[in-house]
Write a protein that binds this ligand. Structure first.
Ligand code: ZN
Length: 299
């Protein structure tokens, strides 16, 4: 038997429920009466919602596209030689010599991943905070001005729409017969015909020695920089063998060199906006570097 109080409570609950149902039914009737208008406004609401969602998606995509670089790999090569040469005993273990096949693989990957090869001027403007560069930017550099390396690199870079900076030793090129260093006249020719593929910059005029940082005084660096500038007019520099001294930096600062690059074997560094502009880092790409490691270093 149910207690009287429980029965009372159930009746009360039922009564409340009935009242609530009636109240809830009222707007439903109104809705039914104006169902056509309601449908229209609902459709309009849906369209508006779709537009908002689509705009948000576009904005998100756009935001993705303009993701900016906070660090930029500056790759360093020296010799780019034929596969046959690379297999010879002279070059097989030479970390400064990369085979054309290996170089091609790396450039192909950069292209596939939509990397954009930049110039020294672009890196300089970015370093000063004057321009933004997309995340997948890379500066490709080739040291010393070895003639065959430059000639080997041109078609590969051209194939993938990339470009590179070649740091030349001014005196070596000026007096070269073309057998080892790229000649002065070929530099002029490339500057005219392939300026979208190769730019030339300084690797000193005549101070490309491992101990230059210790042996060259401020006046001698000033003098060397002036000779290089007279002949070629360069504004960017890669230090000889990557070694530097305070005097050297000061001399280049006073010689119209706007930015200068270090080079250390195996340096795993990137150019950033916080770096000293006369100590910009580069990454050496050793001749035997596997593609997997190359990919990791570029990211
Ligand atoms: Zn060098």
């Amino acid at each position: 038997m149910m207690k009287k109080s429980v029965k009372k409570s159930i009746s009360l609950i039922l009564a409340i429920a009935m009242v609530l149902t009636t109240v809830a039914a009222a707007p439903a009737v109104t809705f039914a009466a104006n169902s056509s208008t309601a449908r229209q406004s609902f459709a309009a609401y849906q369209t508006a919602a779709k537009v908002v969602a689509s705009k948000a998606k576009k904005a998100k995509t756009k935001k993705k596209k303009i993701k900016n670089a906070s660090k930029i790999p500056v790759l360093t090569y020296h010799r780019i030689i034929t596969d046959k040469q690379k297999k010879s005993h002279v070059y097989a273990k030479d970390r400064y010599a990369i085979s054309l096949t290996n170089f091609n693989k790396q450039m192909k990957w950069l292209k596939k991943k939509k990397y954009r090869a930049i110039t020294c001027e672009e890196l300089y403007q970015w370093r000063l905070g004057r321009i933004k560069l997309p995340k997948r930017s890379v500066l490709i550099t080739i040291d010393d001005g070895h003639a065959a390396s430059v000639e080997n690199a041109i078609p590969v870079l051209s194939r993938y729409g990339l470009k590179a900076t070649v740091f030349i030793i001014g005196k070596q090129s000026y007096y070269s017969n073309g057998s080892y260093y790229i000649t002065y006249s070929r530099i002029q020719d490339i500057q005219k015909r392939y300026s979208n593929i190769i730019e030339f910059q300084s690797h000193t005029y005549d101070q490309h020695r491992p101990n230059a940082a210790q042996t060259e005084s401020y006046p001698s660096v000033i003098n060397d920089a002036a000779q290089q500038k007279n002949l070629y007019g360069f504004t960017y520099l890669a230090y000889p063998h990557g070694k530097i001294s305070g005097e050297m930096i000061r001399a280049y600062q006073n010689s119209g060199i706007k930015m200068a690059f270090l080079f250390k074997n195996g340096t795993n560094g990137y150019a950033t906006r916080k770096q000293n502009i006369y100590k910009m880092k580069r990454i050496e790409v050793p001749g035997n570097m596997k593609l997997g490691k190359f990919k990791r270093w570029c990211k």
